[in-house]
Design a binder for this molecule. Structure first.
Ligand SMILES: Cc1cc2nc3c(=O)[nH]c(=O)nc-3n(C[C@H](O)[C@H](O)[C@H](O)COP(=O)(O)OP(=O)(O)OC[C@H]3O[C@@H](n4cnc5c(N)ncnc54)[C@H](O)[C@@H]3O)c2cc1C
Length: 559
């Protein structure tokens, strides 16, 4: 059996759902394929909020400037302008779709402070903003009953011919059947790839499949070396403690009781941008001013029980249940963990990739609005603003494109590859290979990067790619075979890890979240450019693309 649509969206998080809705409203026959139930997409875990310059005295210009400065001048300023000028209408539209945001006493949308922002412009729903947005959007999508959602289907490979997209091949988790989906346009909205790391705030499903699928088909991956580490995650589990906790007035303290951010960022203090705060925490701990468990503490006690329990409900529940600490009376131990990929599938500001008919949006895409460091609460915004634009563009492309086909031969080619792996009688386990990859990334490609460690990580990833050719799937059953799914995801992660580390080795400067111990300064003369990767038999081939600068010339960055 095969399925056919004008526009097929891969992923049903905020970016995918918004793209699907817009493509449908533009008249396309739309399908959405998602490996998870839509409401389990990682977007549901977003806590702190979504930025829009809606407050008195604020302006989209201020938001653009903060975003460009936060990006360490690597963001494309034409794209940042779209993000920030569309922010107000986007948030109000989500409000009209039914999102329940916190209100100020005068009834307007309440705002909280967030890192790297010169004004309080983060609109929020307590510390469950992702849940509130995703539910409202899902209900809106449900009203458009003609959109077909294929739940628990994994996209495996794109089908490309005549120089354009014709659809993809997918696997149904329920039956392990592999089938074709023809589509004139495909939108990649597969979300984060944080699971390349072991210590990450991302959900287990965040394996960046779409990045790898697009890359193997010939799409550029852009700026993959820029990895955001969130300053405040719990030790061991790496569960996120939202930046909203500092936005509400939380403070970071070292073991001497010092509010150390005063030294690193005299003006913004605890609300400096994330790269700055993460480096400060790692430095405090390395220099012996951390607690014995290798953390610093996030203190909320001075905010009082009522504020903590009403505005940070999730945080209270997480800390009480997972580590037995009550933030009303005790400091929360925190340390940075992988949180967000600034890089992804290269697109122009309309969501188009270099492959005709292929679009990307959300965390899987790199437009680029976040450059070398994303500001907190700009990602939910990115998913919705560029989800909408890419959906409209995909529908417009489909309208002017003749029919798309996926042949049985094309499905069989993918099936053979998957079955060869699946039917293998022995080999290395997925868990072993994945642990080795995650350890290499955690230890050698972290907040501070040393050239010898980066090279060791690159060699390790290439060794793991070789060993992956002999990966062994012990589970041979055909119903919800997660062993098989994890093997497929691991292959996708190894492809991305290789690009990520190759980009980090090549970039001999420090910018935003990419900090080289041997090149501690930003080098605009050499490196004010995007890294672009394409696959080859010998590994990633890197080329570079100029950054679009319109209004803001690069200058030194301080908080
Ligand atoms: C814990 C946490 C808190 C955060 N808090 C905030 C915040 O407060 N503010 C903010 O701006 N940002 C926040 N972020 C970042 C933000 O939430 C994400 O960047 C954003 O939600 C990603 O949305 P998305 O639609 O791109 O991807 P996702 O929501 O992850 O959706 C991806 C979709 O792709 C599907 N998929 C993946 N692979 C395949 C495949 N092979 N085949 C088919 N389907 C596939 C999945 O099923 C899923 O539906 C947070 C992130 C985390 C991890």
């Amino acid at each position: 059996m095969s399925y056919s649509h004008d526009v097929l969206v891969v992923g049903a998080g905020l970016a995918g759902q918004r793209a699907a809705l817009e493509a449908f409203r533009a008249g396309a026959n739309v399908g959405v394929i998602s490996k998870l139930h839509p409401l389990r997409s990682h977007s549901v875990a977003a806590q702190g909020g979504i930025n829009a310059a809606l407050g008195p005295g604020d302006s989209p210009e201020g938001h653009i400037y903060d975003t460009v400065k936060g990006s360490d001048y690597l963001a494309d300023q034409d794209a940042a302008k779209i993000l920030c000028t569309e922010a107000g209408p986007c948030v109000i539209e989500m409000e009209h779709f039914g999102t329940i945001f916190n209100r100020a006493p005068d009834g307007s949308l309440d705002r909280r402070a967030f890192g790297g922002a010169s004004k309080s412009r983060t609109i929020y729903s307590a510390d469950r903003t992702g849940l509130a947005l995703l539910q409202a959007l899902y209900e809106e999508l449900g009203r458009e009953r003609a959109i077909t959602v294929y739940e628990e289907w994994d996209a495996l490979e794109l089908v490309m011919k005549d120089g354009r997209v014709h659809g993809l091949v997918g696997l149904h988790r329920k039956t392990s059947k592999i089938e074709g989906f023809s589509a004139k346009a495909v939108v990649i909205a597969t979300g984060p790839a944080g699971r390349i790391y072991g210590k990450t705030t991302n959900s287990h499903s965040s394996t960046g499949d779409g990045n790898a699928i697009a890359y193997r088909a010939g799409a550029y991956l852009k700026d993959m070396e820029f990895v955001q580490f969130h300053p405040t995650a719990l030790p061991h589990t790496s569960i996120l403690i939202t930046e909203g906790a500092r936005g509400e007035g939380g403070m970071l303290k070292n073991s001497k009781g010092e509010r150390f951010m005063e030294r690193y960022a005299p003006n913004f203090k605890d609300l400096a941008s994330r790269d700055v705060v993460s480096r400060a925490i790692v430095t405090e701990v390395r220099e012996g001013r951390g607690f014995p468990d290798g953390t610093v503490h996030l203190e909320l006690m001075h905010l009082g029980r009522e504020k903590i329990e009403s505005k940070l409900q999730e945080i209270v529940e997480i800390t009480r249940k997972f580590i037995g600490i009550d933030p009303v009376t005790q400091g929360i131990p925190v340390f940075p963990a992988q949180h967000y990929m600034m890089g992804g599938v290269h697109t122009d500001p309309k969501g188009a990739t270099n492959l005709p008919g292929l679009y990307a949006a959300g965390e899987a895409a790199c437009v680029s609005v976040h450059g070398a460091n994303r500001l907190g609460a700009n990602s939910l915004l990115d998913t919705l603003v560029f989800g909408k634009i890419s959906g409209a563009e995909a529908a417009a492309w489909a309208k002017k494109t003749s029919s798309a086909t996926v042949t049985q031969g094309e499905v069989d080619a993918v099936t053979t590859r998957i079955h060869t792996m699946w039917e293998r009688k022995e080999g290395e386990t997925v868990v072993k290979l994945r642990n080795e990859m995650q350890n290499a990334m955690d230890e050698k490609v972290g907040v501070y990067r040393r050239p010898d460690e980066l090279l060791a990580a690159l060699a390790k990833i290439s060794e793991l790619k070789d060993r992956y050719r002999n990966v062994y799937v012990s589970d041979k059953s055909t119903t919800f075979n997660l062993n098989l799914i994890e093997a497929i995801e691991l292959g996708n992660m190894l492809d991305q890890a290789e690009v990520l580390v190759a980009g980090a080795v090549a970039r001999t400067e420090s910018r935003g979240a990419h900090v080289r111990m041997d090149f501690p300064n930003r080098d605009d003369a050499q490196w004010l450019k995007h890294t672009m990767a394409l696959p080859s038999k010998e590994g990633p081939v890197l080329t570079y693309l100029p950054v679009t600068i319109t209004d803001y010339q690069p200058k030194a960055r301080s908080y």
